[in-house]
Design a protein around this ligand. Structure first.
Ligand code: HEC
Length: 126
């Protein structure tokens, strides 16, 4: 009886300890995105596209065209942002590391959070 009690106690502690560790690591990986400070398309979102996406998403390549000159209009034109329900936006969900449908390239957790915050703030061409 006593042994069982101690084991269940240990189990509960293990669960709590694990949960804390996980939260801590997850928080550490994410940059502190302040929802009250505008995420800028030109200097924070476009560089992600330029770095990871334009090898395929360029004029004459896959749509959307994510090159600097065309990315904003291309994303808007294809309805890849939904400011009413930001988390359903194609530009967020399709290459999201949590929803691996787009196996060629994916956002890191930090990039995904930036893209989502940008959409939540109205997906401005800023
Ligand atoms: C190696 C080539 C390649 C790279 C790099 C790439 N993609 Fe794609 N992407 C594709 C292909 C091919 C498709 C279309 C196939 C499909 O729909 O599954 C696609 C489809 C998409 C779509 C869906 C468009 C639609 O029709 O709804 C989005 C959004 C997208 N990519 C965003 C990105 C973003 C953002 C990046 C950079 C983080 C990126 N892609 C990098 C090849 C690539």
């Amino acid at each position: 009886m006593k042994k069982t009690y101690i084991y269940s106690l240990l189990f509960v502690f293990a669960l709590i300890f694990n949960a804390c560790t996980y939260d801590f690591i997850a928080e550490e990986e994410l940059p502190p995105v302040d929802p009250n400070v505008d995420v800028l398309f030109s200097t924070q979102i476009q560089p992600i596209f330029t770095d990871k996406c334009i090898a395929c998403h360029k004029p004459g390549g896959e749509a959307p065209d994510l090159t600097a000159a065309n990315a904003y209009n291309s994303i808007k034109g294809m309805n890849l942002v939904n400011t009413a329900t930001p988390a359903t936006s194609g530009i967020y969900t399709f290459p999201n590391y949590q929803a691996p449908t787009h196996t060629w390239k994916q956002y890191s957790a930090a990039e995904a959070q930036l893209v989502l915050t940008w959409i939540q703030q109205g997906a401005k061409n800023n």
